[in-house]
Write a new protein. Structure first.
Length: 811
C-alpha cells in the first residue's frame, strides 16, 4: 500500500472496465487525446499521439497496480527495498505494450504506430552496468511476485548524450523528460524534508542535529510490471524541491532576478544531474548531497510504509524490511538509520545497531581500488555533522572487536578502520558498508572470490559467513523477446511454448536443434535480417565490443587487432569479411579513453574509405550507446568481445545479453565470462589471455611492454601505425598519449595479451568460415545461457540473502 489511504475499492467502480477489445482500446486512446491533450486525431502531433498511447497502456497497468497494493497491504509481507543511485530503465512503451498484451491493439488503433513509438525516450538515469542491473532486478522481482520497491533519484539530466565530432566524443545534455514523462505518477503528498549542514547539540543527554539547510524530496513513481503475472511494483524516484516560499520576492522587486531564485536553484540542483562517472572516487560535495538525499528520503518512506501495519514495533523492523545497497553510493543509509532510531525514535544504541545491521545487505560491483568510494572527513563533518559522530562511534566499537580477535595487529586495524588516515582523513564507504550489513555479495563467482581474497580480505577473515556470491543476470523479456522478436518466435515454436520467458532454463530444449539443418538455416536468416536492421553488412561477421569505455576493458586491444587486419588486407591477404562494431561512452574527464574513441574513429575513417579493404573490413561506431541502441546491436552480433584484463571486470552483463542472442564469446577468464564458458562449453567459447593470477603476477613484476612490442612484428606494425600518422593525415602527435600509455606503462597488459588474442581470432575465423559449425555454436550459446536470467539472480538473492516470499495478486 503506497498512500496510507484505504486499499478498498470504491464499491461502485469496476477497475477492470478498461477492456482489451479493439473498441475499448481505441476509445481510451481517443479519450486521452481529448481530455489529457485537448486535441483530436486530426490535429494530434506525434507527441500528442505518443502521450495518449502511453497513458492508455499505463492505465492498464495502474489497475493491476491497485490490486498489487491491496494484496501487499493484506499480506503485510517482508519487503525488499533496493537503494540505487542509478537505474537504466530503457524505453517503457514497448515493454508495457508487451506486459499488458496490447501490442496488436496499439498497432491497430494508432494511425502511424512507428512514428508514435519513436517518440518514446529512454530514461537514462544511470551510467552503465550497475544501473542496468538494477532495472533487470526490478523486472525479475515483479515477475516473481516479490514485494519490492526500488528507490532512486529522478535526475533532470540523465546520462549525457554522446555525439561524435571529428571522431571525438562530445557530451550533450540529456533532458529526457523535457516533453513530460507519461509513465510517471507524482506523489507530492509523500514529500520528505532533508537536512544538511548545521550543528549538533546535547539536549537532556541526547544528541540533536539542527540542520542549517533543508530541502524537500518529492517522490514520483514509475510502474514496474511483472511479465505473465498481475504484480506491478514501483520504482520511486526523488526529486529535490525548494521549500514553499523560497522565491525571494523582495529581491525580485529590486531587480535582483538571479538572487531571487538562488535558494530555489541551490536546492533543486541536488537532483539536477547524474554524475557521468562510475569509475572514480569523485570528491564533490554535491554528489555526497545527492547520496544523502536519496538515503534520507527513502528511509523515511520505508519507515512510513512499515508503520501502516507495524507501527512502533521496532523489533519487527528487520523481520519486515530488508534493504539492499547497490554499491557504496547509498551507504550513508547505515548511519542515517542509526540516527533515526537513536536520536529520533530514542532507541538505545545496541538495539538500534542490531536492527540496522540485520536490515542491510551490500552488493559490491567493482574490484578497482580507485572505484571504492571514500569521502574526506572534513566534507562529511561540514555537511552531515551528526552522521560523522555516528560513524566514529560505529568505528570505535568495531575496532574494539577487531583488536579482541587480533590483539596487537595494528596494521590490520589500520586497514580495516572506517577512517583512512593518510594522506588525508577520509571515510571508507565500503568498510562502513561491510560493517553495517548482515550480508555482502559480489556479482560473479570470480569477483566474489577475489573480493574475499583481496579487496575485502580482512573482513572475510573476520566474518566469513557474511560473504556471498550472487552472479548477475539479465531480463530475457527486454533483451530477447523485445529486442529480437524473430528469434523469440523461432525459439517458442521450437520449444512448443513461450514458457521460457519466465523460466529461462527451458532454453536447454534448443540443444538438439543445433544439429537440425533447417533450424540452423532459419537461425542464420534471422541473424542476417537483424544485421540489416542494424545497418551492417548481412554476410560479414559482426564483431561487437559495446560497453562503457575504460582502459581495463581494453577497447584498445580490439583496435590493435583491427589495425592488424587492415594491414594484412593491405598486404594482400583476404580474411573473412567482418564488421567491427564499437559503441560506448567515456566519462567526460577520462581523457585516456576519449583519445581511444578518437583513434577508433580515425581508424574507421581510413578503413572505410579504402576501396581495397572494403570487401573485407568495416569499422562502425554508432554514437550514444544506451539501452535502446543495445537492443538493436545484440540481436545482430555474431562475436561478443569480452576482453577485459582478467581480475578487473566484476561481472559484465553485456556478455550475457549477447550470448542469449546467439553471439559466441571471445574472452578472457574474467568476471562472468568464466561462468559463461563453464555453461556453454569450452568448445563454444574462444578463450585467450592471462588469467587473474598470472595477470596479477605480471603486473607486480617488472613488466616491460616494449619487450612484447619488439618481439612481435605484427604488434609493432600496429602500434607504429598509431604513432606514424597513418590515421591522422600524417600528424605524428595526434595519438601520442595513447602510444606512450601503451609502450611505457600498459597498465592493463594489452601488449602481453595481444598474440594470444590474435591466435584466438584466427580460430574464430576458421570456425566462421564453416557456417554450419558456427551456427551450431551460436545456437548452443543461446540454449545454455538460461542460467543468466535475472530471474535466477533474484532466486539466489531471495534464498541466500533476502528471505522473501512471493505475494500473489488476486485476479
Ligand atoms: C559494474 N560496476 C561492473 O563494472 C560490471 O562488471 C558489472 O557487471 C556491473 O557493475 C553490474 O554488477 C559499476 O558500474 C561500478 F559502479 F561499480 F563501478
Amino acid at each position: 500500500m503506497e498512500t496510507g489511504k484505504s486499499p478498498r475499492h470504491d464499491p461502485g467502480v469496476d477497475l477492470r472496465a478498461l477492456g482489451n477489445t479493439p473498441q475499448d482500446f481505441a476509445r481510451d486512446l481517443l479519450s486521452n487525446l481529448y481530455y489529457e491533450r485537448g486535441t483530436t486525431v486530426e490535429s494530434a502531433s506525434a507527441q500528442d499521439m505518443y502521450d495518449s498511447l502511453a497513458r492508455t497502456v499505463r492505465d492498464r497497468l495502474a489497475e493491476r497496480r491497485a490490486r498489487t497494493a491491496a494484496a501487499h497491504y493484506q499480506a503485510n509481507p517482508r519487503w525488499l527495498y533496493y537503494l540505487s543511485a542509478e537505474y537504466m530503465l530503457g524505453r517503457q512503451l514497448e515493454q508495457n505494450l508487451l506486459y499488458t498484451g496490447t501490442t496488436d491493439l496499439a498497432r491497430e488503433a494508432v494511425p502511424d504506430f512507428d512514428t508514435t513509438a519513436a517518440q518514446d525516450v529512454e530514461p537514462g538515469l544511470g551510467n552503465g552496468g550497475l544501473g542496468r542491473l538494477a532495472a533487470c532486478l526490478l523486472d525479475s522481482l515483479a515477475t516473481m511476485d516479490l514485494p519490492a520497491v526500488g528507490y532512486g533519484i529522478r535526475y533532470d539530466l540523465g546520462i549525457f548524450k554522446q555525439d561524435l565530432d571529428a571522431g571525438g566524443q562530445v557530451e550533450r545534455p540529456d533532458d529526457w523528460a523535457f516533453q513530460g514523462n507519461p509513465w510517471e505518477f507524482p506523489a507530492p503528498d509523500d514529500n520528505q524534508v532533508v537536512g544538511f549542514y548545521g550543528k549538533v547539540t546535547s539536549v537532556d543527554g541526547r544528541r540533536e542535529w539542527e540542520p542549517a539547510e533543508t530541502v524537500l524530496g518529492e517522490p514520483s513513481h514509475m510502474l514496474v510490471p511483472g511479465y505473465g503475472t498481475d504484480t506491478v511494483n514501483i520504482v520511486r524516484l526523488w526529486r529535490a524541491r525548494a521549500a514553499q516560499g523560497s522565491f525571494d520576492l523582495t529581491r525580485f522587486a529590486h531587480g535582483q532576478y538571479a538572487e531571487a531564485v538562488a535558494d530555489v536553484v541551490r536546492s533543486e540542483n541536488i537532483s539536477k544531474v547524474l554524475y557521468p562517472d562510475d569509475s572514480t572516487d569523485l570528491g564533490r560535495e554535491l554528489r555526497l548531497k545527492q547520496q544523502y538525499f536519496l538515503v534520507s528520503c527513502s528511509l523515511r518512506d520505508i519507515i512510513r510504509r512499515f508503520s501502516f501495519r507495524n507501527d512502533g514495533n521496532w523489533d519487527e523492523f528487520a523481520a519486515k524490511t530488508t534493504i539492499q545497497l547497490n554499491d557504496t553510493h547509498p551507504v550513508l543509509a547505515i548511519p542515517e538509520l542509526m540516527r533515526l532510531l537513536v536520536d529520533e525514535y530514542e532507541l538505545d544504541w545496541d538495539r538500534a545497531w542490531r536492527i540496522t545491521h540485520d536490515t542491510f545487505g551490500y552488493t559490491c560491483h567493482t574490484l578497482l581500488p580507485e572505484a571504492l568510494e571514500t569521502w574526506p572527513v572534513a566534507t562529511i563533518e561540514n555537511l552531515l555533522p551528526r552522521h560523522l559522530e555516528i560513524i566514529y562511534e560505529i568505528n570505535a566499537r568495531f575496532l574494539a572487536e577487531v583488536s579482541e580477535r587480533f590483539p596487537g595487529d595494528v596494521a590490520r586495524i589500520q586497514r580495516m578502520s572506517l577512517v583512512q588516515e593518510e594522506p588525508e582523513r577520509r571515510i571508507r564507504m565500503a568498510n562502513l558498508a561491510v560493517v553495517g550489513s548482515r550480508a555482502v555479495n559480489g556479482v560473479a563467482a570470480l569477483h566474489s572470490q577475489l573480493l574475499a581474497e583481496t579487496t575485502l580480505r580482512d573482513f572475510a577473515e573476520l566474518w566469513p559467513g557474511r560473504f556471498h556470491n550472487v552472479t548477475n543476470g539479465v531480463t530475457p523479456r527486454r533483451f530477447v523477446k523485445i529486442a529480437n522478436p524473430a528469434l523469440s518466435d523461432l525459439i517458442s515454436s521450437a520449444l512448443g511454448s513461450d514458457a521460457w520467458l519466465r523460466d529461462l532454463s527451458l532454453l536447454q530444449g534448443l540443444e538438439p536443434f543445433a544439429a537440425d539443418d533447417a533450424f540452423r538455416a532459419r537461425w542464420r536468416e534471422i541473424k542476417r535480417a537483424n544485421k540489416l536492421t542494424l545497418g551492417v553488412a548481412p554476410d560479414f561477421l559482426t564483431d561487437v565490443i559495446v560497453k562503457r569505455f575504460h582502459e581495463y576493458k581494453r577497447q584498445l586491444l580490439k583496435l590493435l587487432h583491427t589495425i592488424t587486419l587492415y594491414q594484412r588486407i593491405r598486404a594482400g591477404e583476404t580474411p573473412a569479411p567482418r564488421t567491427v562494431v564499437f559503441a560506448g561512452k567515456a566519462a567526460p574527464g577520462y581523457w585516456a579513453v576519449k583519445d581511444v574513441i578518437r583513434l577508433i574513429n580515425a581508424v574507421a575513417a581510413t578503413v572505410n574509405n579504402d576501396p581495397a579493404v572494403a570487401p573485407y573490413l568495416k569499422v562502425f561506431f554508432p554514437a550514444n550507446y544506451n539501452v535502446t541502441l543495445g537492443q538493436r546491436i545484440y540481436p545482430a552480433a555474431d562475436l561478443s568481445e569480452q576482453i577485459s584484463l582478467a581480475g578487473k571486470e566484476a561481472s559484465g552483463t553485456g556478455n550475457m545479453k549477447l550470448a542469449l542472442n546467439g553471439a559466441v564469446t571471445i574472452g578472457t577468464l574474467d568476471g562472468a565470462n568464466v561462468e559463461i564458458r563453464d555453461r556453454v562449453g569450452a568448445d563454444n567459447f574462444f578463450l585467450f589471455g592471462l588469467d587473474a593470477a598470472e595477470a596479477a603476477t605480471l603486473r607486480s613484476s617488472d613488466y616491460r611492454p616494449r619487450d612484447y612490442y619488439e618481439r612481435d612484428d605484427e604488434l609493432r606494425a600496429a602500434v607504429d601505425a598509431i604513432g606514424d600518422g597513418t590515421f591522422a593525415g600524417g600528424d605524428r602527435q595526434a595519438f601520442g598519449g595513447v602510444l606512450a600509455s601503451l609502450l611505457d606503462r600498459d597498465e592493463y597488459l594489452t601488449l602481453a595479451d595481444f598474440r594470444s588474442y590474435l591466435d584466438a581470432q584466427a580460430e574464430v575465423e576458421k570456425v566462421w568460415l564453416d557456417a554450419e559449425a558456427w551456427t551450431a555454436k551460436s545456437i548452443l550459446n543461446t540454449a545454455r545461457s538460461g542460467y543468466f536470467s535475472s530471474d535466477r539472480t533474484i532466486a539466489d538473492y531471495t534464498r541466500t540473502i533476502w528471505g522473501l516470499d512471493p505475494v500473489r495478486v488476486n485476479p
